[in-house]
Design a protein around this ligand. Structure first.
Ligand code: HEC
Ligand code: HEC
Ligand code: HEC
Ligand code: HEC
Ligand code: HEC
Ligand code: HEC
Ligand code: HEC
Length: 340
């Protein structure tokens, strides 16, 4: 019982305090002349204080309309010359009209790109779990319904199928864009191979959480390409990526292999030369469906330095049939020579 009274009392006291200071503050405003600008009361910047400015705005005791008289219609300073956005405390509030509407030019989706996708700063007001810190008007999860809320892996890039583009970080869907490129081709079953599909590590990091080191590491959306062991044939070749030309070179999977004839003579009968080599084909990442992976592109049929052969199935019969169809996709482009 007594406990309840204390709570009610402190609540009344808080509201009274807010009202009194607001009335005093805004009463002063009415009388202010252009020379003397009243400053805010003590505690205005202190989050734990009862007269913290955020509480005024949120509890609508002083509507944010009142702030505009001095801080400007767009809150960028006005005659107070103090912008709400330049402060070290928050650069996203007050939100413009249309902030919640993803189709608006003022949408939070565009704003998030301006702040380099750092949505962790929204937590200071929207709660550590983005659930609104007790206020439904601030609950991100009403729209972002996935388990990880707005931190879900396909919020900023990718789709319901997987977090790889499309959509890329600039909202592109077409494979012509370097952010999209040949992602999905590498993540789905192809007619040639199934090896290592769905593995982002083949080419770059695969963060497990938003704050994973190196995930969002600079101001550009471009991922840092860092080929995995398979693409380098366990270090035998040095695959490289060129962002400007959007090309990959020296990738094992695309024919960057050189086999030396065994000096002891093991399988030496397959060699017409001292080495068998693939074509070290340079791939254009954003030129999907233009024949870059036709049979005979990554390696000749048979490869250079191989004994002349008309068909392959006589010796590589688990991999390919007499019509040059790949019959076991787990054996082709799997990092191994598959004979008989
Ligand atoms: C009568 C003009 C006026 C009104 C109305 C006004 N302010 Fe201010 N505000 C100022 C001036 C001038 C300053 C800078 C001097 C100071 O800090 O007191 C300032 C400073 C601030 C600061 C501190 C910025 C900093 O980094 O030191 C905050 C926060 C602030 N105002 C919030 C608000 C909010 C929220 C409202 C609406 C509830 C509001 N103000 C209404 C004039 C005003
Ligand atoms: C300084 C506190 C503060 C910060 C920081 C902040 N918000 Fe808010 N946000 C609010 C408040 C308060 C509301 C409730 C409506 C209002 O007052 O505008 C809100 C409402 C919203 C809404 C509308 C919700 C709805 O259901 O209509 C969206 C969307 C939103 N914020 C996104 C963001 C994003 C994204 C960030 C980080 C980039 C962010 N906010 C940072 C205080 C903040
Ligand atoms: C009223 C519904 C709504 C609320 C509330 C909301 N969002 Fe969104 N958000 C959307 C929609 C719709 C999209 C666009 C999705 C798309 O284009 O596929 C989006 C997109 C995003 C994106 C991706 C931005 C990009 O790069 O395209 C992020 C990050 C995000 N919201 C964070 C937040 C955060 C953080 C909050 C809470 C502070 C929040 N959202 C509240 C509806 C909402
Ligand atoms: C708030 C937006 C956002 C969310 C949520 C997000 N990402 Fe990202 N992601 C980015 C941005 C921005 C980049 C590119 C940044 C860079 O390279 O500096 C990126 C890049 C990537 C890359 C390319 C490699 C790299 O690290 O650059 C992968 C893979 C990736 N994200 C996977 C994920 C996964 C998995 C999740 C869920 C755990 C996730 N992302 C959640 C924004 C987001
Ligand atoms: C075959 C190699 C490869 C694989 C596998 C791959 N990526 Fe990428 N990824 C790239 C390349 C190339 C880029 C473009 C880098 C650049 O712009 O310089 C990229 C860029 C990205 C970006 C940034 C997009 C943008 O807008 O710039 C994201 C996000 C991403 N990848 C996510 C993923 C995820 C998630 C996976 C796994 C599910 C994945 N990738 C698998 C090669 C790959
Ligand atoms: C995307 C590049 C690429 C294309 C296109 C390609 N190959 Fe291969 N192929 C390789 C690589 C790399 C190897 C090396 C062995 C391995 O990793 O399986 C290989 C090996 C082979 C072998 C030797 C058996 C083995 O797997 O060890 C045969 C036979 C073969 N390919 C036939 C074909 C035929 C037939 C086609 C057209 C249907 C074709 N290849 C298209 C990359 C390619
Ligand atoms: C008469 C048996 C024979 C036939 C037929 C044959 N190969 Fe081979 N192939 C070999 C031998 C032997 C090697 C060397 C294996 C070694 O060094 O261990 C080899 C190696 C290869 C390699 C080396 C790359 C690797 O890592 O697997 C490729 C690619 C290849 N063959 C493709 C073909 C293609 C394509 C055809 C059909 C046009 C073909 N071969 C027909 C016997 C054959």
């Amino acid at each position: 019982m007594s406990h309840q009274i204390i709570i009610i009392k402190s609540h009344i006291l808080k509201i009274a305090l807010l009202l009194i200071s607001t009335i005093l503050f805004f009463a002063c405003l009415d009388e202010r002349n252009s020379v003397e600008v009243p400053t805010h009361p003590d505690g205005w910047l202190d989050k734990s204080s009862d007269i913290f400015h955020g509480k005024f705005v949120e509890e609508s005791i002083a509507s944010s309309e009142n702030c505009k008289t001095c801080h400007g219609q767009d809150y960028t300073g006005g005659n107070s010359e103090v912008s709400c956005f330049n402060s070290s405390c928050h650069n996203s509030y007050p939100h413009p009209a249309g902030f919640a509407d993803s189709t608006s030019a003022e949408s939070h989706t565009s704003f998030i790109k301006e702040i380099k996708w750092d949505i962790t700063q929204c937590k200071s007001c929207h709660g550590i779990d983005y659930a609104g810190a007790g206020n439904q008007d601030k609950n991100c999860l009403t729209c972002h319904t996935q388990v990880d809320g707005p931190e879900a892996c396909n919020t900023c890039h990718g789709s319901v199928d997987n977090p790889a583009p499309p959509r890329d970080l600039s909202d592109n869907f077409s494979t012509e864009f370097v952010g999209v490129g040949a992602h999905q081709v590498h993540l789905s079953d192809t007619t040639l191979t199934t090896a290592y599909i769905k593995d982002c590590y083949l080419c770059h990091n695969e963060p497990s959480i938003l704050n994973y080191p190196g995930h969002i590491d600079d101001s550009s959306p471009n991922a840092d390409i860092n080929f995995g062991l398979f693409a380098s044939d366990s270090g035998n070749v040095n695959p490289t990526w060129n962002h400007e030309s959007a090309t990959c070179s020296n990738v094992y999977c695309h024919g960057a292999f050189t086999l030396l004839k065994d000096s002891a003579g093991v399988n030496a009968w397959g060699y017409a030369d001292s080495i068998i080599t693939g074509n070290y084909t340079q791939m254009v990442w954003n030129s999907v469906g233009t024949g870059q992976t036709e049979c005979g592109t990554c390696h000749d049929l048979p490869p250079k330095g191989h004994t002349a052969q008309v068909t392959c199935n006589g010796c590589h019969g688990r991999v390919v049939d007499a019509e040059f169809n790949i019959i076991d996709k787990t054996l082709h482009i799997n990092g191994r020579i598959d004979l008989f």
